[in-house]
Every structure is written in structure tokens, then in C-alpha cells.
Design a protein around this ligand. Structure first.
Ligand SMILES: [Zn+2]
Length: 335
């Protein structure tokens, strides 16, 4: 039977509603817009943050947190928290499995060879992650770096592609600011992956729409998945647990939602609506930089503010439903 693998078990793909396909539900603290700054329980904050999405037609959130970052512990034990959020918020949650950028990867993943990594991803999908008993319903966000793919990142991407091939799961990547997307596709193609099961992530951050179209023309889907994250700081190396006094190397970025919406409208006009996904990639750590978007509306920002903005630019209701509901449901459906 066709189904979607959620953290609470299989559900009918027709029951998903609109989907937020790239989020991190356990990393919303600090999230002062939700609690007045008084609540620091991550489950509590996530449940409040999800409260408004139902009336906007959203029924499903995909948590693509990699091992050891944005709320996922290195072994995946924290998946029980996603079950609790799903029950309390009354939304479907699908969990992903992945290894993030090399500097943030847990030691076991750095040490694992390709076969071990591949077996681990398959086990996450078929037996459950760690001791949580929770089976993942997608692979990702599988990450590569800014203008480079390290040997470790290539190993993990190949392992995820092999696991996707074995299990039928879709694979969602993380590009750093849209770079190395074509190189990711080349690796996935080498692994014999069905490119209609691939989503290349964070392509709304790449400033050149011609490049985004080149990526789409390979047959993959792309994600405009950082909507509302107009300002962000990019730390060039992870901050160590006991950091020395002094300065850190950072870059500050700005991508306006106006330019995201114009790029999206152009791609839809060019006929790509059946291979675009929309999400926020919201984390509490960046909310303070984006007070007028995520800070004001949380998860409601996409449906409440960005969707009307896209409609204003000529994106039809049909195309919007395609991107918000039909495309993610197709990718999450397993036979
Ligand atoms: Zn993300």
C-alpha cells in the first residue's frame, strides 16, 4: 500500500495536507516570539510554533535534522521528542536521517566507511534510528560545503544515494548557499539514483536563476526552503566547546523574500512548478536576525505572507498547491 512513513507510523499520502518539507523542530529555542521568552522546553516551543499552520492548510512537517546538529543528538535518540510534538500538535511529522557538513559530523560518521554508512541509513529506514524505534521517511539533509565537497561529504552522499535506491526513500540534499548542486547531481547519477526522487536543497539562496534552471534541467526537484531567512550569519568553522577569547570568522548574508518570490514566479512561468518545494528551515538561533518574518509569524510565515506575495506576482493557486502539497506528497510516498 502506498504510504508515508511518519514518526508515528505509516499514513495515507492523501492525509498530509500542505507540507513544510525542510524544518528542524527541536531547535527553536530560543524562540521568544512564541513564549514571551519564558519557555525553554523545546517540545513546548515547537507545539506553540505549529499552532497556526493548520488553518493555513498545513498538516505535515518534515524534520531534516542531521545527526548531532539542530536538535538531533549524535545517535538519534532525540527522535522520541518528534513523536511527542506530533501527538501534541496534531500534525504529521516525517523524520530524515543524514550527516551534516564535515566540521559538524559526529565522530562515528567520520570514522565510518561507505558500506557502514550505507548500512546505517538503510537501518534507519527499516528498523528505526538508534534505540528510538522511529523509522525515517526520507534521507537528508545530506550536506556538502561552500564551493567544495570533502571526501567525507562525498562518502556520506554516496551512502545516502545507495540507501535511497535500496529503500525507495527520497533524498534531500543541503547545498551550502546553492553551490556544488550540479556536482551533487553528478554523484547521485553515478550512484544510479532515480533523479525524480532527489531534492537539491537551499537553491533559493543561489543568486543566479540560470544556474538553478541548469540544476532543474537534470530532472531533480529543487527547494526554495529558506523562505523568511533573509538575514543570516555563516560561521566558517564550528565554534569549539571551550572557545578562546577573540574574534570568529563569519560572513553575513542577505537574501530578500522579494527576490525569492520573483525567482519563484519566473521558474513557475517557465514550467517548473511540478519540481519545486517550499519551506522555511527555521531555527531559533536565527530568529532574532529575522524579526519581521520568522520572528513575527513562525511557521505561519510561508502560508500567511509568502504565498500571497507569490500570488501577487502571478503564481496561480494551482501552481501553489502543486508546490505546497502535491510535490512533497509525491516525494514522501513509498509503495
Ligand atoms: Zn536545514
Amino acid at each position: 500500500m502506498a504510504h508515508v512513513q511518519t514518526v508515528l507510523g505509516p499514513v495515507d499520502p492523501a492525509d498530509l495536507g500542505r507540507v513544510l518539507p525542510h524544518e528542524h523542530l527541536i531547535s527553536l529555542v530560543p524562540g521568544p516570539w512564541l513564549s514571551g521568552g519564558t519557555v525553554d522546553d523545546p517540545v513546548e516551543v515547537a507545539v506553540s510554533a505549529l499552532a497556526g499552520i493548520g488553518r493555513l492548510g498545513f498538516g505535515t512537517v518534515v524534520d531534516l535534522s542531521p545527526y548531532g546538529v539542530v536538535g538531533r543528538d549524535a545517535q538519534g535518540h532525540s527522535l522520541g521528542l518528534l513523536q511527542e510534538i506530533a501527538r501534541r500538535a496534531g500534525v504529521h511529522i516525517v523524520a530524515g536521517a543524514s550527516v551534516y557538513l564535515e566540521p559538524y559530523s559526529p565522530q562515528w560518521a567520520l570514522e565510518a566507511d561507505l558500506d557502514t554508512m550505507h548500512a546505517r541509513f538503510v537501518a534507519d529506514a527499516t528498523e528505526g534510528v538508534g534505540d528510538s524505534g522511529v523509522r525515517v521517511g526520507i534521507l537528508g539533509e545530506q550536506a556538502t560545503g561552500l564551493d567544495e565537497i570533502t571526501a567525507h561529504e562525498e562518502k556520506c552522499l554516496r551512502a545516502a544515494a545507495r540507501a535511497a535506491r535500496d529503500t525507495g526513500l527520497a533524498l534531500n540534499t543541503h547545498t551550502t548557499h546553492g553551490t556544488m548542486a550540479l556536482e551533487q547531481v553528478a554523484i547521485l547519477r553515478e550512484e544510479g539514483m532515480d533523479l525524480t526522487r532527489v531534492v537539491i536543497g537551499h537553491m533559493d539562496i543561489h543568486p543566479d536563476l540560470t544556474y538553478v534552471k541548469q540544476v532543474l534541467d537534470t530532472g531533480v526537484s529543487v527547494a526554495f526552503d529558506t523562505i523568511g531567512k533573509q538575514f543570516w550569519d555563516f560561521v566558517l568553522a564550528p565554534i569549539p566547546p571551550d572557545p578562546p577569547e577573540g574574534e570568529f570568522e563569519k560572513r553575513a548574508y542577505y537574501r530578500s523574500d522579494g527576490s525569492r518570490a520573483r525567482g519563484l514566479a519566473q521558474l513557475v512561468a517557465d514550467g517548473y512548478a511540478d519540481r519545486i518545494l517550499l519551506s522555511l528551515d527555521m531555527t531559533g538561533a536565527e530568529v532574532y536576525l529575522n524579526g519581521t518574518t520568522h520572528g513575527q509569524s513562525g511557521y505561519s510565515y510561508l502560508g500567511q505572507t509568502f504565498v500571497p506575495m507569490a500570488r501577487e506576482l502571478g503564481v496561480s493557486d494551482e501552481a501553489l498547491e502543486q508546490m505546497l502539497a502535491v510535490n512533497p506528497a509525491r516525494l514522501l510516498t513509498l509503495s
